[in-house]
Design a binder for this molecule. Sequence first.
Ligand SMILES: Cc1ncc(COP(=O)(O)O)c(C=O)c1O
Length: 423
Amino acid sequence: MTNKTNAAIDARRIAATPRGIGIGFPIYAERALNAELWDVEGRRYIDFGSGIAVLNTGHRHPRIVEAIRAQLDRFTHTAYQVVPYESVVSLAERLNRLTPGTHAKKTAFFTTGAEAVENAIKIARAATRRPGVIALGGGFHGRTFMGMALTGKVVPYKTGFGPFPGSIFHVPAPIALHGVSVDDSLRAIEKLFKADIEPEQVAAIILEPVQGEGGFYAAPPAFMRALREICDRHGILLIADEIQTGFARTGKWFAMDHYDVVPDLMTMAKSLAGGTPLSAVCGRAEIMDAPAPGGLGGTYAANALAIASAHAVLDVIEDERLCERAQVLGDRLKARLEGLRARVPQIADVRGLGAMVAVEFAGADGAPAPVFTKQVQNRARDAGLLLLTCGVHANVVRFLFPLTIEDAVLNEGLDILAVALQA
Ligand SMILES: Cc1ncc(COP(=O)(O)O)c(C=O)c1O
């Protein structure tokens, strides 16, 4: 018999599962709907984390549930690379149209975000026949070996797991708030080309247009433009990791839509499929075709249930105008946070594109304030609001509520947040 208290299940978790899978909140989910979640003890929470940016369309959107149910009644699995199905082709066609750039594109589907990153690097290496990849400090690209190698943060993601794949290099991300300018970052790339690897051996530069785990820092447009120019000059591919930024979160379909620069390859996952595991790499057709048949794939890649879910996600984003909604919600949240600045001196910065908003905390001396950040998160949780933190110093609260959140639920969550910030 299952013991339905959080404490009892948590004791069993500690005995039965390894501590390496760190748990954000020791509350056990029973059910969820849109931006609300109930635990096994019947306690209700407002979910401002969306399962780490997966639920831009909310928990169990009726159209998504219906799409998955309809697919369940047809078939769940054939292995797409053994017996394919048309829904994959039509989803690729839709993403090829929706992603930035009017050039010919192709899309391949996988399962997790890290797998999309792995495959983007495989494709870039196959297309360029070069080994090197440049990534940014503070960036996060997943927990597989290439994902870890590209990730620009050691603790906890890389601790004890090396050695990592070679030919991966990091340069500092341009974050003015932390004293790193666009020129500083560009100089670091030039230094890399002199000290570590010639540009002709670099396959790709990969970056998140807005760093997710790293702290919700948007790449300055001048930096993105300069990267495009460096890539064009040296035959390097530009890869945008849109796994956290995609699907209306930033007020546009993709964060790259905010830039006048088009990437060669893009990785997608998370909110692509509304809570079912699906990821994708989309890019220039000739680059995507570089790997030979059989070089890409996976048993569960393009899982039929996840593909059905993704079609419904795209329909909901279009029909409910979630890009516009993200901008409205993000503006409302930013105004609320700005209004609290006078009473919460720890607020060092409020920033965000669309609804991809974060608030950063620092002490009176300007030093990052991770303890305060944790206190805010705990106080909010105790009052029934789930918040996620991020940032290399763990001093940022990031907001990732569903873009379908009801106004009343959003306001209730913001009221809890205001109290948690001032307690
Ligand atoms: C930008 C980015 N890339 C890659 C990943 C890895 O995705 P997954 O956890 O699905 O493997 C994440 C996950 O947080 C991410 O935010």
